[in-house]
Design a protein around this ligand. Structure first.
Ligand code: ADP
Length: 677
């Protein structure tokens, strides 16, 4: 519990905004890093995708170049075959025809002698024939050079391509191949094959030209022939490769338009992006959760500090014990009460340091009962504790099971109240009550004194007259014969004197009995005894007021449990009030003192005392204030009688009631419990 002091309390101050800014800065940085990472990732994925596309195109291009080279190599073989097999112009032309049918890229085949004179020629059946070969004599410079080169290298040489216009504004890019026909090292002539570059490209597999264009360009980039058209796309990718044809190197160029890769080009990036977004979302949620948690913590801290403040300011001692009876918590009030520090108490089991040794056994048993699950009453119980300084003090303990949040009992909680002050107050009030009673009795005595003087007058007068008579008898001197009679008279007189003196003594006794301080302890008393004690005094008053006193208290009534002095005082007060009420001109003055067992006809549980008069009765406005201290309607009254009576009766567990009596007067009554056993 002491940890609670260290709970952080969020205080408004300079630290709070600085912290908030720092936190915001950190969050900003985190978001920046995540966004940067994401952008890099997307960029990398995109460039990878583009690279991939480029690589695909390069691969296609290499494949196309390879295919072209193979095709051209096969063409060469066919040409070699033609040259080797045909040595006659007629046969050569016959053989060249079908070959042209097989090779769509050829426009014309020519057989020329070493001086490049045309021996035979055949045209492709697929194209319009080129301008007449006759006009081609001598052949163009390029071809001449190519053939010279070919003769020199004894291998095929291509002449640079040239554009041959066709009717209708069209034309063919024509490239001629010059193949020397050799017999050993002797040059027999040349085979010249005119290729249309478009036709060459058309030999490529169709999948290469689908959606992309294949073109042949010169080294400087001038386009010579093109096949296919690139599909429309946002970006054109280009792959080039040099086609090193002997004599006429060219560039094979593949162009393909591709859609730019998406921002999220593939599933992986989409996934990673998705995960990153999820991560950021989780972070944001976490931040929110964190903030909520912080708020809850602040609230909790506040609640705890409030609880602590509340506990500290409580004057009731609080003590919690676990199910083994060990103390788990004490509040400052409890510590102040018993004079021990919390650490001296927490963890302690029976016997507790604050148990007085003489009660330790009893308390131990009570604790055992409690631990066995026997809950105490809701009213609490009284006990005595021992302070550390050795003083004992009364406490009132309320105990209740300590139920944890899950509904399981985890121990016992006790509220302990120091009763010292209360007891002192009770003691004081009791003492003052007793003093008040005593003074009320003394007041009664004062009242009685005048009655007594009146009452004692009579016996004293009788005593004095008898004493005077006796003296006279004795003064006359003893006469013979008269002795016996005189002695008899004197004896009679003395007996009367003794009687009257006894009567006077009784009167004084009854007053003394009443005034004397007797034990205030409760005891079993017979109702008759109570009434008998007060009777002489009541009689005195009744006689003075000329009232008839009726006493109806059967001697067989069971004993009641009370403080006799107090109850006697009540009876005297009630009787006196009744008599005084009849003083004001009542015709028939009867005061009835009565006691009876109640309830009727059943084993009695109480005795009802009643004092009835035939006085003036109680008016409504008087009835309202009847029990108010110092309320009186009498000149010499103190107004304390009834309020005292009510206190006494209530202390005995009863209630003082009053009711009108018919035909006139009032009845006051109260119940007293029967003595047990
Ligand atoms: P006190 O007798 O000194 O006046 P009490 O408290 O005994 O004080 O009585 C208060 C008042 O109640 C009396 O002044 C009287 O007016 C009224 N009272 C008490 N007893 C009776 C009774 N038996 N009949 C009529 N009035 C009564």
């Amino acid at each position: 519990m002491t940890d609670m002091h260290s709970w952080p309390t969020p205080l408004p101050g300079h630290g709070a905004p600085a912290n908030a800014w720092r936190r915001r800065g950190l969050w900003g940085m985190l978001v920046l890093v995540v966004v940067g990472l994401l952008a890099t990732l997307v960029w990398l994925a995109r460039s990878y995708e583009m690279e991939q596309t480029q690589r695909d195109l390069e691969r296609d291009n290499s494949y196309a170049a390879q295919a072209l080279r193979q095709r051209l190599a096969r063409n060469l073989q066919d040409l070699h075959g033609l040259a080797a097999t045909q040595t006659e112009a007629v046969g050569w032309t016959a053989a060249a025809g079908p070959m042209l049918g097989e090779h769509r890229e050829w426009l014309r085949l020519q057989w020329r002698d070493p001086q490049l004179q045309l021996l035979a020629a055949a045209d492709s059946p697929y194209y319009a024939p080129l301008p007449a070969p006759e006009s081609d004599l001598p052949p163009n410079v390029d071809l001449g050079q190519a053939c010279a080169q070919a003769a020199k290298t004894a291998g095929p040489v291509y002449a640079p391509s040239r554009f041959v216009p066709r009717p209708g504004g069209l034309g063919d890019e024509v490239m001629e191949l010059c193949l020397p026909i050799l017999h050993g090292t002797r040059l027999l002539g040349y085979l010249v094959a005119a290729h249309t570059l478009e036709g060459v490209l058309a030999q490529l597999p169709t999948q290469l030209t689908r959606g992309q264009s294949v073109s042949l360009t010169e080294l400087d980039g001038t386009r010579l022939a093109v096949q296919g058209a690139p599909r429309r796309g946002t970006r054109v990718f280009v792959a080039q490769q040099v086609l090193d044809l002997p004599g006429a190197p060219m560039v094979l160029r593949l162009e393909g338009a591709r859609q730019l890769p998406d921002v999220f080009p593939n599933v992986l990036t989409a996934l990673v992006t998705g995960l990153s977004i999820a991560l950021v979302t989780v972070l944001v949620l976490l931040a929110r959760d964190f903030r909520r948690r912080q708020a809850a913590e602040a609230e909790l801290a506040q609640a705890l500090s409030f609880r602590k403040a509340m506990e500290d300011s409580l004057v009731t001692g609080l003590r919690a014990r676990d199910l083994q009876g060990r103390i788990t918590y004490v509040n400052p009030a409890f510590c102040a009460m018993v004079g021990y520090e919390p650490h001296e108490l927490i963890g302690r089991g029976a016997p507790m340091p604050y148990w007085p040794p003489e009660h330790a056994h009893e308390y131990g048993e009570r604790q055992v009962q409690r631990l066995a699950g026997q809950a105490p009453g809701r009213d609490g119980f009284e006990s005595v504790f021992l302070r550390k300084d050795g003083t004992r003090f009364p406490v009132l303990i309320f105990e209740a099971p300590l139920i944890a949040a899950v509904g399981k009992q985890t121990g016992w909680m006790s509220a302990v109240m120091d009763m010292t002050a209360l007891r002192r107050a009770e003691e004081l009030s009791r003492a003052s009550q007793e003093r008040l009673q005593a003074s009320a009795r003394l007041a009664t005595v004062g009242e009685m004194a005048s009655l007594m003087s009146h009452e004692l007058n009579q016996p004293l007068a009788v005593i004095s007259s008898y004493a005077t008579g006796s003296l006279n008898l004795l003064q006359g001197g003893p006469a013979a014969g008269a002795d016996a009679a005189m002695l008899h008279d004197v004896r009679t007189a003395l007996t009367r004197i003794a009687d009257q003196a006894g009567r006077a003594g009784k009167v004084i006794h009854s007053v003394r009995d009443l005034v004397r301080q007797r034990s205030t302890a409760r005891q079993a008393v017979a109702p008759r005894e109570l009434v008998d004690t007060v009777l002489p005094l009541v009689q005195l008053q009744a006689r003075k007021l000329d009232a008839l006193l009726q006493v109806d208290v059967p001697p067989t009534l069971p004993a009641v449990w009370c403080e006799p002095t107090m109850i006697e005082q009540v009876l005297i007060n009630l009787a006196r009030n009744g008599l005084q009420a009849m003083d004001q001109g009542a015709a028939a003055r009867v005061l009835r003192l009565r006691a009876r067992a109640v309830p009727d006809g059943e084993p009695p549980s109480a005795v009802e005392f009643s004092v009835a008069d035939t006085g003036c009765g109680i008016a409504d406005d008087v009835a309202e204030q009847l029990f108010t201290p110092f309320f009186t309607t009498k000149d010499e009254g103190m107004g304390l009688g009834l309020s005292l009576c009510r206190t006494v009766v209530e202390q005995h567990g009863g209630k003082l009631l009053h009711a009108p009596q018919s035909p006139r007067g009032t009845v006051f009554s109260f119940l007293l419990p029967l003595a047990r056993g």
